[in-house]
Ligand binder design. Structure first.
Ligand code: TNX
Length: 498
């Protein structure tokens, strides 16, 4: 494919000629209301800034945005779209507003990189190559995770990440909201959590937390981009911060403290204290009420200080309490050995591939068995999809417990293929996860995110076919877009030959 589109669309038919946006151009959105009209307006508003063109949204115009139920008939229909660029007109059709939004991202990528600029760009030529595209995603769950607990990232940083996710057609954002180093979300029934346990983080720095209003703002910013926020409160382990607020919920001899290190596995809620479960009901209940999306992530990873019986007993009750909120529960891979019901979605992270220092691990075979018995899976193997793994020995940021993850390795993998013999329908999709032990700012985070994030976008959206040479050429062309957006990225020699 010669067009630098990521993720690669299902069907692309390139045609001769170009379309040009001009001072006479207008967005036609006849009959659109609600979310679909909002998408047309989002398109116009985002193009007006760099182009300086008026681009009114109305009944008529050379850029038609239209709802068309026939576009969404196949699988993946809610996000399917059809985009036709002819010399005089652009036509974007989808069955849903969400499909239109995904198509808008493709149209943006067909425009010159200057379209990504946050200010007026003089003397650019706003042309688009003629093409017919029919597109829809392979997986319905395409997620990125941001750990805001090890280092806190304020609302504008998260919005910046959400914009990147939207550009690459991700549809979920998982926020890791609590860990040993801080509690980052205001829980109205448990105000001590943020009052006592949010003011620190890894290394230096004051930490922070999202108020309910901050969280609502993030949820709605994401929803405007058809991205669902998946909140995670990690239990029973990774709870040193929670225990600083509620020390009575810990094991007898545990001394909670302001923890600024990066060890794992040392903290836990006490499974034998009834107050633990009252705490969970309060926290999960409030979080569920604040979260319009269907998922609640309860963590469940890395507990060194409980035996398997106590760990399983805790998780079965925790899962029940979380499910009672009406949400679909997600837990890290360790949950498959804990006897939680198959309705709990298991998130594979491949701890066995390098991280052998903690208890309750599951082997790949055990994970596969759980999926064969009916569990659904989100697949995020550290060896491919962890954005916090170093690119190589010279990476200034990142960890290496699962080995280095060069750009090519972050592209050449497949969620179903990775697990092996599993029914494809049980695999909801994938996640690219950024743990933030080693990055304190969005600029540092972006160094790890780019250029690897687009590879996961393609793995999640496009067919199983991978062609590194073709992908690399398309990826290389995206650097100009990140530069126009003012983003940091690692200029990997495997992509931009020195
Ligand atoms: C493993 S992945 C963890 C995190 C660390 C991460 C660092 C998972 C469920 N647990 O606590 O931050 O490795 O790569």
């Amino acid at each position: 494919m010669t067009l630098a589109l990521i993720p690669r669309p299902l069907a692309v038919h390139e045609l001769p000629g170009t379309f040009r946006l001009t001072a006479e151009s207008a967005i036609a959105a006849p009959g659109l209301t609600g979310d679909a009209l909002r998408v047309a307006e989002y398109l116009a508003a985002s193009l007006r800034v760099p182009t300086g063109l008026p681009l009114p949204v109305g009944e008529d115009g050379d850029v038609l945005v239209a709802l068309d139920p026939s576009v969404g008939e196949a699988a993946g229909g809610d996000e399917a779209y059809a985009l036709t660029i002819a010399t005089e007109t652009v036509t974007l059709r989808a069955a849903t507003a969400q499909g239109l939004f995904r198509g808008v991202q493709t149209l943006r990528q067909l425009l010159p990189a200057a379209v990504e600029d946050g200010a007026l760009v003089a003397a650019a030529d706003w042309t688009v190559p003629c093409v017919e595209i029919a597109d829809r995603p392979r997986f319905g769950y395409r997620s990125a995770m941001l750990d805001v607990a090890r280092h806190f990232f304020p609302v504008p940083d998260v919005k910046r990440l959400i914009d990147a996710l939207a550009a690459y057609k991700f549809n979920h954002l998982h926020l890791h909201l609590s860990d040993d180093q801080g509690w980052r979300i205001e829980i109205p029934s448990r105000p001590e959590l943020t009052a006592k346990a949010s003011g620190f983080q890894v290394g230096e720095g004051a930490g922070g937390f999202y108020t309910q209003a901050d969280y609502a703002e993030l949820v709605s910013y994401a929803a405007d981009r058809f991205i669902t926020v998946v909140p995670e409160v990690d239990v029973p382990g990774h709870t040193n911060a929670a225990l600083l607020a509620y020390p009575e919920l810990g094991l007898k001899d545990y001394q909670p403290r302001q923890y600024r290190g990066t060890d794992v596995g040392f903290s836990t809620l006490d499974p034998d204290n009834e107050a633990t479960y009252t705490f969970l009901a309060d926290v999960f209940g409030d979080l569920a009420a604040m979260t319009p999306g269907p998922y609640l992530h309860l963590g469940g990873d890395e507990v060194d200080v409980l035996d398997q019986e106590a760990f399983g007993r805790f998780l079965r009750r925790a899962a029940e309490i979380a499910a009672a909120t009406g949400k679909t529960v997600i837990g890290w891979e360790e949950i498959v050995a804990s006897g939680v019901p198959a309705e709990v979605v298991a998130q594979y992270w491949g701890r066995n591939h390098g991280r052998q220092t903690v208890e309750h691990g599951v082997s790949d075979d055990e994970f596969r068995d759980a999926v064969a018995k009916g569990a659904s899976a989100i697949v995020s193997p550290a060896s491919h999809s962890y954005l916090d793994m170093q690119y190589g020995p010279d990476s200034p940021f990142g960890l290496d417990w699962s080995g280095y993850v060069p750009v090519r390795q972050a592209y050449e993998w497949d969620p179903v293929g990775y697990l092996g013999e599993v029914e494809a329908e049980r695999v909801l999709g994938l996640e690219a996860a950024l743990w933030t032990e080693t990055v304190a700012t969005m600029t540092e985070a972006e160094y790890l995110i780019f250029p690897r994030l687009p590879g996961h976008a393609e793995v999640g959206w496009s067919s199983v076919h991978r062609d590194w040479a073709d992908y690399r050429t398309r990826l290389a062309a995206h650097a100009e877009r990140w530069e126009a957006q003012g983003r940091n990225y690692f200029r990997a020699p495997e992509v931009w030959a020195a």
